[in-house]
Write a protein that binds this ligand. Structure first.
Ligand SMILES: NC(=O)c1ccc[n+]([C@@H]2O[C@H](COP(=O)([O-])OP(=O)(O)OC[C@H]3O[C@@H](n4cnc5c(N)ncnc54)[C@H](O)[C@@H]3O)[C@@H](O)[C@H]2O)c1
Length: 414
């Protein structure tokens, strides 16, 4: 079979995924980014003769089979729609859509297209998430009633990398990212492990703004939000999304009627498995702490891949879907992706409305599409320069002080 030709839109995160495409035998044929140092770094690694574009429409005219959408977090859907209209396969970084209206446009474009659409959510594929899923599917925990998942990623108020790499201009999406939106690293794993889909969401935020002398342009003064969903099988998920508690971790706990399992916070590769004494499976030790091993034909490649092997497995699944002409399983398919985005977006509305519960739409249904097709509420700056039209902080009046902005620009200039 001919090599699959891939274009990369946004070459910072995109470079990480491009490496995996190359390792899996695909060819990176075009790059698109306006950031020249990043383009230079990507070409130095991937090949100096790769075609480079600054304009997405020109990039999309380059002959290719698939596009990696690793552009701004808040701007994936309009570009995904353009790819799908040309039957070009899409691997989209999270989240799939930043407004409810974009979700409707995305599923409509998907249904008219012959292309594969996949959410590039990689955390479900880490070593411990793979093990937790295996245990949940094995059935020894009984019915899973409750799961909690935290994506906790703190950084220092004074970290220069946060300014220069993560939020490198004042309107950068991370400066306007509400604390429910970066949800797929926690919701993706628990949906994949349990098979449950959220039906209702409610959330509360935790306000604690950065230090007064921090170099920051961030309009979000919250450190975290607690997001709760009631799911289609009666279970409940409790999650955080890019929270900033002390002590980084990415953790999941699954609680069933017979037992529970978790990856231990702070000991990322270790698992704690427990059962009721009367439900203990044969030949199993109770209260067991252990480190799982990869059971995968590509174990050696996975071990050298970023995000605990998640990047490799994400790209491998996407390439398999293209070769086998099939769509990915939940929660990586377009309907799960738009569900996850709905939990993120409506969870934020819940925060702004004192924890009011919201129904999570199912965009397979025309009635749910009609309800949201014109919903363009967003906390982010738009592709066309349009300003946010809802607050990104639980204290809507909060904004960085003049002093903080001054320090931010000083740090950027260094
Ligand atoms: N799954 C993961 O583990 C993981 C890790 C990091 C980032 N991400 C996701 O990847 C995406 C990108 O993250 P990032 O940290 O690289 O963001 P970033 O803001 O640093 O980079 C985005 C890049 O896209 C380019 N870009 C945006 N709009 C453009 C346009 N219209 N034309 C040309 N270039 C354009 C920018 O110049 C920039 O280089 C986000 O959705 C983020 O959530 C995922």
């Amino acid at each position: 079979m001919e090599k699959i030709r891939v274009g990369v839109f946004g070459v910072y995160r995109g470079l990480y995924l491009a490496r995996e495409f190359v390792r899996l035998g695909a060819e990176i044929v075009a790059l698109c980014d306006v950031n020249e140092p990043r383009i230079a770094a990507a070409k130095a690694e991937l090949g100096e003769d790769i075609a480079v574009y600054k304009d997405f429409d020109e990039f999309l005219n380059h002959p290719m089979d698939a596009v990696i959408l690793t552009n701004n977090f808040s701007q994936h859907a309009p570009y995904a729609v353009k790819c799908l209209e040309k039957n070009i396969h899409v691997l989209s970084e999270c989240i799939s859509n930043a407004t409810m209206g974009e979700a409707v446009a995305l599923v409509r474009a998907f249904e008219k297209s012959n292309a594969v659409y996949m959410m590039g959510e990689n955390y479900p594929h880490s070593l411990t998430c793979t093990e937790l899923r295996k245990i949940a599917k094995g059935g020894t925990l009984g019915k899973i009633l409750f799961a909690e998942a935290e994506y906790n990623h703190p950084f220092s108020d004074y970290d220069p990398a946060a300014v220069k790499i993560l939020m490198f201009h004042p309107k950068h999406w991370r400066n306007f990212l509400p604390k429910t939106y970066y949800l797929t690293h926690s919701l993706g794993p628990v949906m994949y492990m349990t098979g449950a889909t959220p039906k209702k969401v409610t959330a509360f935020a935790m306000f604690d703004p950065p230090a007064k002398d921090a170099p920051t342009a961030c309009y979000v003064g919250d450190k975290a939000a607690n997001i709760t969903t009631q799911n289609d099988d009666g279970s409940v998920f409790r999650m955080t999304a890019f929270s900033q508690f002390g002590g980084p971790n990415s953790s999941v706990r699954l609680c069933g009627t017979k037992g529970q399992v978790e990856n231990i916070r702070g000991f990322q590769d270790r698992i704690l498995l427990r059962y009721n004494p009367w439900d203990l499976p044969e030949n199993t030790e109770n209260n067991k702490i252990y480190t799982p091993e990869w059971d995968d034909k590509d174990a050696e490649l996975i071990k050298t891949s970023e995000h605990g092997g998640g990047d490799f497995k994400t790209v491998r699944l996407f390439l398999e879907c293209i070769k086998e002409k099939k769509q990915p399983p939940m929660p990586f398919d377009v309907y799960s992706a738009t569900t996850m985005s709905s939990v993120a977006i409506l969870g934020w509305r819940s925060v702004l409305e004192g924890g009011k519960p919201y129904d999570v739409p199912d965009f397979r249904k025309e009635e749910d599409r009609k309800k949201y097709e014109n919903d363009r509420l967003t906390p982010f700056w738009g592709t066309d320069g349009s300003a946010p039209n809802i607050p990104c902080c639980s204290h809507p009046e909060y904004k960085p002080s003049e002093k903080q902005m001054e320090l931010y620009f000083e740090e950027l200039a260094k």
